[in-house]
Write a protein that binds this ligand. Structure first.
Ligand code: IPD
Length: 280
């Protein structure tokens, strides 16, 4: 929905595809996936492999949960594309719908038992996310959104907070897995810290963006996140009144910014000033 309450021109044409049905399917599968992840954590987990660096870990649970989501989606909608953190493509296929999935966002928290990790499932239609669901695995709480229809925590509608001066903002961030990227992030965060209320690093991009939608923080910035980290929660934040943008980060990876839509330019200027983005 736009500010004026008029239908969002980017919303799906009702006759073309029912985004609410995609959200319902994502919620049903997300809850089953979260239950599997929680069960595997109770049974004991360990690192199965590393990915981009020695600290970028994957557990058997990440793989099993992604397999379950992929199988359930294929059974329900065989012509859809799929993009998952652990198994990749086949990306877009005949139906125009592609599911973007992070089986466990916050894998390091999951490994250590810090209760901030989530299943994230988004349905992208012709290149634009139309429905998104994030299931907090530790609490079972469901965050969801359909484009043009608002976002919800369970049944409760979400709205971003009324942010005051930039110097009073609580900003969430995260750090990538590569040492050189972290060195750049550390310098940029050092520059930002004296200019805002405080910084939070929770360890799950998806839950960070849901928290912004719920008014529990003001903004988010991180270089090195991937589509599967923010596809679902980005829509949840957007439908609650935030805007987001992906720029080129100082290390050359994607730099994600999320902030209240009407204050976005101010936050963007601060992020650039602190050196998070590539020059030029
Ligand atoms: C990670 C989390 C973390 C962020 C990292 C992501 P993963 O996702 O979202 O908060 O700082 O950049 O890679 O690896 O746990 O799915």
């Amino acid at each position: 929905m736009t500010e004026s309450g008029a239908p969002d021109p980017g919303a799906l044409n009702a006759g073309a595809l029912n985004a609410g049905a995609l959200r319902d399917l994502a919620r049903e599968i997300g809850l089953e996936a979260a239950a599997l992840a929680a069960r595997m954590r109770r049974d004991g987990i360990e690192v199965a492999a590393t990915k981009s660096s020695a600290t970028d870990v994957v557990t058997e649970a990440d793989r099993a949960v992604e397999d379950l989501i992929r199988e359930r989606l294929r059974a329900a909608r065989p012509d859809d594309g799929f993009l998952g953190e652990e198994s990749g493509g086949p990306g877009e296929r005949g139906s125009g719908v592609t599911w973007i999935v992070d089986p466990i966002d916050g894998t390091v928290n999951f490994l250590y038992g810090i209760p901030a990790y989530a299943v994230s499932i988004a349905a992208e239609v012709d290149g634009r996310v139309q429905a998104g669901v994030v299931v907090d695995i530790a609490t079972g709480e469901v965050w969801s959104a359909v484009r043009g229809q608002g976002s919800f925590r369970g049944e409760r509608p979400l709205r971003i907070r009324d942010s005051g001066p930039l110097g009073h903002w609580l900003v969430r961030t995260g750090f990538g897995y590569a040492a050189d990227l972290r060195a750049v992030q550390a310098v940029a965060v050092t520059r930002m810290l004296p200019q805002v209320r405080d910084i939070r690093r929770i360890g799950s991009c998806a839950l960070d963006l849901c928290a912004i939608a719920a008014g529990e923080s003001d903004a988010y910035v991180e270089e090195g996140v991937h589509d599967w980290d923010h596809a679902a929660a980005g829509l949840i934040a957007e439908e609650a009144g935030a805007a987001w943008e992906v720029l080129r980060g100082a290390s050359g990876a994607d730099l994600l910014l999320v902030a209240p839509a009407d204050r976005f330019a101010e936050f963007r200027a601060l992020v650039l000033d602190c050196g998070f983005a590539a020059a030029g």
